[in-house]
Design a protein around this ligand. Sequence first.
Ligand code: NDP
Length: 336
Amino acid sequence: NKQIIFKDYVGGFPKESDMVLKTGTMKLEVPQGVKGVVVKNLYLSCDPYMRARMSKLVGSYIESFTPGSPVVGNGVAKVLYSGDPNFKEGDLVWGMTGWEEYSLITATEFLFKIQHTDVPLSYYTGLLGMPGMTAYAGFYVICSPKKGESVFVSAASGAVGQLVGQFAKLLGCYVVGSAGTKEKVDLLKNKFGFDEAFNYKEEKDLDAALKRYFPDGIDIYFENVGGEMLDAVLVNMRLRGRIAVCGLISQYNLEKHEGVHNLFCLITKCVRMEGFLVSDYYHLYPKFLEMVLPDIKEGKISYVEDIAEGLESAPAALVGLFSGRNVGKQLVAVAN
Ligand code: NDP
């Protein structure tokens, strides 16, 4: 059983060498008396929150990875053996699994059975998995969007952002996204139908860039990055705007998070800024599927994935999220 082992707690930017490929042996069976399943992992998801699990965490909403054990993350897998009445051999599932060829999963309450297989299975790491649910809950629940509103999305070409923008367009909003390369900006405009997009790395003055695209201000900001971008957005918010704080990726590798200077705008513009965790919204998953599956089949929603091949490519793929190397949802194909 090939595995990607997490070596030790990380400070600053994570590196490929923080993880190592090892080959061990594993009995392909569910031990007597254990409620769980043995799965063959097919796709593994690389997600920014995994950076937090590489730190030594105390009292966090998630636990640190265990040094010397495989990295853990969302994935798509096939059940080979089941010691859980809710699953049978051959079932396809998505949820928490190990970065390895085969895993014994005992926390089966966090596994979703895949019912719809007429879409790419890899989508269950992104569009139809955790990032999709994040975009859905963050946009529809936290942002309280209305037709015609002006929406800004940062890290807009990523796993979550590309969907938020498309949801907002389908609702009839004016949508602008920011991303870190020309290729990503082109995707936003030409593939995902954003009204406008810009490369934040080429803007000397983010405030001026936002004023260019939102002369009348922003009603909704879907926050993925934090830092300077958040400060620039705050002064461009409209009266009674909403900010969904989904992620702050620009801060994840800093020893000390940067200060935010323009919070006073929350008061003067009566803006609601609200953080959320996708884990609180999985009860909406069936409703989400009901909405999004027809949109996918009718071609109203598209999804770009960045698929790294082979378990050995997983560490580089994960680390690449923090330099923007991924174009679209980053995942790893482990087996057919
Ligand atoms: P992405 O697919 O968007 O990948 C990360 C992207 O972030 C990179 O490609 C890069 O794009 C951008 N980025 C990296 N470093 C910086 C930086 N210093 N400044 C600005 N942008 C940067 O990731 P996801 O869509 O999976 O996640 C997006 C956000 O949502 C993250 O902050 C994540 O933590 C958060 N999240 C929150 C959840 C919740 O429950 N609240 C659940 C899931 C995700 P570029 O080239 O454009 O810079």
